[in-house]
Design a protein around this ligand. Structure first.
Ligand SMILES: Cc1ncc(COP(=O)(O)O)c(C=O)c1O
Ligand SMILES: [Zn+2]
Length: 405
């Protein structure tokens, strides 16, 4: 739906729905204001079920009209049961939301889809971002598909697989000698100079709304029911806060039965400003990241305090996951479910395990775990094996297997 107002989430000031990053009064995050009577008329279960098999089936709850190629959009990813994982961690049921099956193999295709639709509405010809890795892939791909220019700034330490998965689309790339937070500061400064669409700066209010579609899909795929809990990784905190908002919007519209789920989050110990502030019951203070979970390495998280408020309001929590458990968690997820997630998924699984260990989740709970990115982009953390070298000879093979002919 087209919206004409953005409202500050902190001081509630209203602004016109153009490309503006933060509240001019208090620097708080902005979000679109919907006409809820119109949303209620348009977003019925039947209308949604008739919609495209992409996130655009929820267009009445998004701040732009669906683009012409809505049917080919990201989203509508599988939600699959993982009974062996549920048993291993000690909860009633686990469902995995396979968001690494999006076009560029992470959930970032969702946020970029909405930001790019707004950029087209504004007539902008360049999509740009600061990225910890995955966002750049999604921006470069979407720009290529719509004939726009893309400009991506990365910290120089990003995984080579993520660079490749941006480079292939032919856009402009800058490898910054610094952290993600340095890249982020650079794009904020650039946004003051250029009228480009910086998806996570001046289009952040629209971009962030894309993450709500994860909540919408989970509820619809469970037969218009809510799970007891959702476990998510936390970097800037945007995904985490928007998950809760998505479930709350569905509940208020009467689209789901049951309460909204408790939302649990994970951060890697080497970059856990939100988890530590949650534990210490204080506001988030910026840190300098030092983690193998590069995609989550944001030391000054824009929505960190809102993520803490979300964890408390929903009855969830945010955990710091030890660095040396992240790789083991990725392997555990693979061995128990057949799903190969990236470091962020290792952190998410660590949060699930921490929540079961401290009793926040248990045998009563039906839990959805987000797999937000693919393991093939972060192979460095997994010990690979070449296999036993043999001649192309069946007797030799049988001998290795331990069967004598
Ligand atoms: C794979 C993956 N999962 C989760 C996140 C966290 O997103 P947010 O910044 O909305 O907290 C990111 C962010 O880059 C990511 O790449
Ligand atoms: Zn404000």
């Amino acid at each position: 739906m087209a919206v004409d107002t953005l409202r500050c989430r902190i001081c509630e000031s209203d602004f016109p729905a153009v490309a503006s990053g933060v509240c001019l009064r208090c620097f708080g995050p902005l979000e679109p204001v919907y006409d809820w009577e119109q949303v209620a008329r348009e977003a019925t279960r039947e209308a949604i079920e008739r919609g495209p098999r992409s996130l655009w089936r929820y267009a009445p709850l998004l701040p732009t009209a669906a683009p012409p190629d809505a049917a080919a959009g990201p989203g509508w990813t599988p939600l699959v049961p993982a009974p062996r994982l549920a048993q291993a961690v000690g909860v009633r049921e686990v469902f995995l939301k396979l968001d690494h099956t999006n076009p560029t193999h992470s959930f970032k295709d969702r946020v970029v889809a909405v930001a790019a639709a707004k950029a087209a509405e504004l007539g902008t010809d360049t999509l740009a971002c600061a990225s910890t890795g995955n966002l750049g892939n999604a921006v470069a791909a979407r720009a290529a598909a719509s004939g726009m220019r893309s400009v991506v700034l990365y910290p120089r330490t990003v995984e080579p697989e993520k660079l490749l998965a941006t480079a292939v689309y032919g856009g402009d790339m800058y490898a910054v000698n610094g952290s993600y937070d340095d890249c982020s500061r650079l794009v904020v400064e650039l946004a003051g100079e250029l009228d480009w669409a910086f998806v996570n700066v001046n289009l952040r209010a629209y971009y962030a709304e894309g993450s709500k579609t994860l909540a919408f899909e989970i509820a619809e795929q469970l037969g218009w029911q809510t799970p007891d809990a959702v476990v998510s990784p936390v970097a800037s905190g945007s995904l985490f806060t928007k998950l809760w908002q998505g479930f709350e919007q569905f509940r208020r519209l009467g689209l789901v039965d049951g309460q909204s789920p408790r939302i649990f989050g994970g951060q890697a110990e080497g970059c856990a400003p939100v988890a530590h502030a949650f534990a210490d019951e204080r506001p988030v203070s910026p840190i300098r990241p030092n983690t193998i979970a590069h995609s989550l390495a944001i030391g000054a998280p824009a929505d960190g305090d809102l993520a803490i408020a979300t964890a408390r309001a929903s009855g969830g929590g945010i955990y710091a996951v030890p660095e040396d458990e992240i790789g083991a968690n990725v392997s555990l997820l693979a061995a128990m479910s057949g799903v190969f997630g990236e470091t962020a998924a290792g952190v998410t699984l660590g949060a699930l395990r921490a929540a079961t260990e401290d009793g926040a989740l248990g045998p009563e709970d039906r839990v959805v775990v987000l797999v937000t990115g693919t393991g093939l982009k972060t192979p460095q953390i997994i010990e690979t094996r070449a296999g036993i070298e043999i001649e192309a000879d069946v007797d030799e093979l049988l001998e290795h297997i331990g069967v004598t002919a």
